[in-house]
Ligand binder design. Structure first.
Ligand SMILES: NC(=O)c1ccc[n+]([C@@H]2O[C@H](COP(=O)([O-])OP(=O)(O)OC[C@H]3O[C@@H](n4cnc5c(N)ncnc54)[C@H](OP(=O)(O)O)[C@@H]3O)[C@@H](O)[C@H]2O)c1
Length: 308
């Protein structure tokens, strides 16, 4: 099969299309014929070597890239009863230290990380859900907010941010979305009650003007750190999904650094919700390097999706 891997580390040029033997699913795993694989920020830092430099993964000659998969189960490993060949699925390969990822014609995933695909949704759109939908869901859970509470979502027009706004609204939370003016209509359409512009000099003052005393929580997908924490009320809660150092838990605010954990049953629930799935563009698998360049340049709305 064909796969795109990183040979060494560096710019998008280290991505290569290679031909490799079809991977076999082990016990508890399924092999998925990939119809769509999403390009995410984690793919860029895996390829560049930033994760190796940070000591978060071992250096290897060939690194598999890509986490999000949508496709059709092709083979089920021993002990797998929940999925059968021919079934349309989505799933998450939340693995870093591997020689093959989701950028491939076939991907092997733990059955526990797989869910039935959302009905009546093209694979390209379905593939945008696993990583960023689960991240938004798990970060919201960490915040521990209840219906009627207020929450600031930074980077609200981004992939995690958009899902976070939509999921928060479904939980009865009142959302302050931080987004650029061009994205205001979009985030309001997701249900944000207030929108704070990206360009404001003092985010916390602006949020506190709208929500006196500050919001009950903040989900910081843009990695603004203390700037977002400062918008939270005393003894509220804050969660960041961006890498790097989390802000200090000033004023008794509970600070969480969320990291994705594949969860098939939770993904199945997400898939049934009919969330807004955004595809910026689909590209052939071999154009992975171009997709990496474009994601790195910023300003993409919706995900770039590779189609093997
Ligand atoms: N912890 C985890 O498990 C986990 C899982 C998934 C993702 N992540 C991380 O979460 C972050 C967001 O991922 P994503 O896929 O949602 O990225 P994304 O789609 O690129 O969204 C990020 C959003 O934040 C905006 N933004 C960037 N800098 C900003 C700033 N200084 N102020 C306000 N907004 C800003 C971006 O706008 P522009 O595009 O206009 O710059 C974009 O709308 C990334 O750091 C990613 O690595 C973590």
């Amino acid at each position: 099969m064909r796969a795109v891997v990183a040979r060494g580390y560096g710019g998008p040029g280290v991505l290569e299309t290679v031909t490799v033997p079809l991977p076999e699913p082990g016990p508890g795993q399924v092999r998925v014929h990939v119809e769509a694989a999403t390009v995410n920020p984690v793919d860029l830092v895996t390829r560049s070597g930033a994760l190796v430099e940070a000591g978060l993964m071992a250096e290897r000659e060939q690194t598999g890239i890509g986490w999000d998969v949508a496709g059709v189960v092709d083979r089920a490993g021993a002990g797998v009863t929940a999925f059968v060949p021919g079934q349309r699925v989505i799933g998450l390969r939340d693995l870093l230290d591997v020689s093959l990822g989701a950028y491939a014609e076939y991907a092997v995933l733990d059955a526990a990380a797989v869910a039935p695909a959302p009905p009546d949704v093209p694979a390209e759109a379905a593939a945008t859900l696993p990583l960023n939908g689960l991240t938004a869901l798990q970060a919201l859970d960490l915040l521990g907010l209840v219906a009627g509470d207020t929450v600031l979502v930074t980077g609200a027009a981004g992939a995690v941010g958009g899902f976070a706004v939509e999921l928060a609204v479904r939980r009865g939370l009142r959302v302050v979305a931080q987004a650029g003016s061009a994205d205001e209509e979009f985030v309001r359409g997701l249900g944000a009650e207030w929108v704070v512009g990206r360009a404001v000099a003092d985010l916390a003052s602006e949020v506190r003007r709208l929500v006196p005393g500050g919001t009950d929580g903040a989900l910081d997908t843009a990695g603004l750190g203390i700037r977002a924490l400062a918008a939270v009320r005393t003894r509220g809660s804050y969660a960041t999904v961006a890498g790097g150092t989390a802000p200090l838990p000033l004023r008794g605010i509970r600070v969480h650094q969320q990291w994705i954990s594949a969860d098939g049953p939770a993904l199945a629930e997400l898939a049934a919700l009919g969330l807004t799935l955004r595809v910026a563009e689909t590209l052939p698998l071999e154009h992975a390097a171009e997709a990496h360049k474009r994601l790195a340049a910023g300003g993409i709305r919706g995900r770039l999706v590779l189609v093997p």
